[in-house]
Design a protein around this ligand. Structure first.
Ligand SMILES: [Zn+2]
Length: 451
């Protein structure tokens, strides 16, 4: 699968003040060293030695890299669009579709670079992406190329829409594709880019946009194809009341039933939002090991409601976090998203509904489990070296009695971030590629879209 770019490199994190490992017993360590070598965590303990670079971490909290399980990176080019700022989901989509129809490969590549860099600065080492429109020659690999430059672990999904306005759907006809062409391109991108091996930097998933933008046949065919290819399935599900009403009216059942009937439950499936799952649907997801991408800021932003995350977790549903697209957040700060997840459960269920530690576990190990990555999401020997280093000596954490309660105080930007043992952020700046140039290009592209 492509050229192996892993370098023989070693980094020693020295005197880590506090480590949240997110391992099975949820161990917390103090004053230890962590040695990263050739992409994995090679050693954890006191007084380790290394010929590699030393990174002092005595005033730091160290966590596994955060995992983003739902995004539409291309939307970083349409943040805070006036017509969409205060609209509900369906109205919001109708405002933005005509703008997105003018995108092409440059827009996809640059917006993905900027969105992934933004995530990296907030502690994220692995992100999925849901790209469901391909106007003007745009392709999934535009985003894969961007992720390779930024250096994040990437789970792009080949999304799709096939029911346009003339067929009673929501998107304009120019943004939908023929279902045969969609399936052919799904096969192409899986064969070309999916890497099933341990430590993979790219894994591809299949992701029709939502039950209201593709046919029942495409949902079923995508599920069959995913099982045939051994890749994961992803879509939007039960996002708000309109979504439930649409399902009842058009499919004669609730979204959970629709998903189950079409093969869209299982360990290899994760659904975004699930704000409106009822008791039976939560039990179905727990029983079938179906994952959920919880997107609290987007749910607030679009007024969709509060997802029953406490009930999901108590029932044993796998839950990860997602910032969702940057047009419905409009920020892509994953550690802030974790804080929002914690706060929302408290709004719904009281101050003891979710601790800072649990929300951070959902943001790390939880996300890795949702994406099927047993090799990521925890700090343990042999796991991938995806690490976030949080400097607790600055203003945001000054006076904090518990450094591990990162989500109650701060900071909200990492000092250092390592992915596969390689530096992506150092001293709170992206070092893996020229972010400043990408931001300039992004603003030029956004200005052209406004014209
Ligand atoms: Zn979404």
């Amino acid at each position: 699968m492509g050229v192996d770019l892993r370098l023989h490199m070693e980094i020693l994190l020295k005197n880590a003040g506090h480590v949240l490992t997110m391992d099975d017993p949820n161990s917390e360590l103090a004053d230890v060293d962590i040695r990263l070598r050739d992409g994995v965590i090679a050693e954890i303990g006191p007084d380790l030695h290394s010929d590699g670079e030393l990174v002092q971490a005595s005033h730091c909290l160290i966590t596994p890299g955060l995992v983003n399980t739902h995004h539409h990176l291309y939307q970083t080019l349409t943040r805070a669009v006036p017509g969409g700022q205060d609209a509900l989901l369906f109205g919001w989509l109708k405002t933005l579709y005509p703008i997105w129809a003018r995108f092409g490969p440059d827009e996809m590549f640059t917006s993905a670079q900027v969105g992934l860099a933004e995530l990296a600065l907030s502690g994220c080492t692995m992100s999925s992406d849901h790209l469901y429109l391909y106007p003007n020659g745009a392709r999934l690999e535009d985003t894969i190329d961007a992720a390779r430059e930024v250096g994040l672990r990437f789970h792009p999904t080949r999304g799709a829409m096939s029911i346009g306005e003339s067929d009673g759907g929501l998107p304009p006809d120019a943004l939908v594709e023929e279902e045969r062409a969609i399936l052919e391109d799904m096969i192409r991108v899986v064969d070309a880019f999916h890497d099933p091996s341990e430590g993979a930097m790219v894994r591809v998933g299949l992701a029709p946009c939502s039950p209201f933008s593709v046919s029942r046949d495409l949902m079923r065919d995508a599920a069959l194809l995913a099982r045939d290819k051994g890749v994961m399935l992803h879509t939007h599900l039960a996002e708000n009341d309109e979504d439930i009403a649409y399902s009842l009216e058009n499919f004669g059942c609730r979204p959970g039933q629709y998903a189950e009937d079409l093969g869209w439950t299982g360990d290899d499936v994760w659904h975004a939002h699930c704000v409106k799952l009822d008791r039976q649907e939560i039990d179905l997801f727990a029983r079938s090991r179906t994952g959920v991408a919880h997107c609290p800021c987007s749910n607030c932003r679009l007024g969709s409601g509060i997802a029953p995350v406490r009930a999901m977790r108590d029932a044993g549903v796998k839950v990860g976090l997602g910032v969702d697209g940057s047009a419905s957040n409009d920020s892509g700060n994953l550690v802030s998203e974790a804080r929002q997840a914690m706060l929302l459960q408290r709004v719904a269920r009281g101050a003891d509904a979710m601790s800072a530690r649990e929300a951070l576990r959902i943001a790390t190990r939880g996300g890795a489990e949702v994406l099927g990555r047993d090799d990521c999401g925890q700090i343990a020997v042999g796991k991938r070296a995806d690490i976030a280093v949080w400097d607790m000596s600055g203003v945001e954490a000054a006076g904090s009695w518990d450094r591990a309660a990162l989500l109650l105080a701060g900071p909200t930007r990492v000092r250092d971030l390592f992915v596969e043992g390689r530096p992506v952020v150092r001293d709170s700046a992206v070092v893996s590629f020229d972010l400043e140039a990408a931001v300039k290009r992004q603003n030029i592209l956004a200005a052209k879209l406004v014209e």
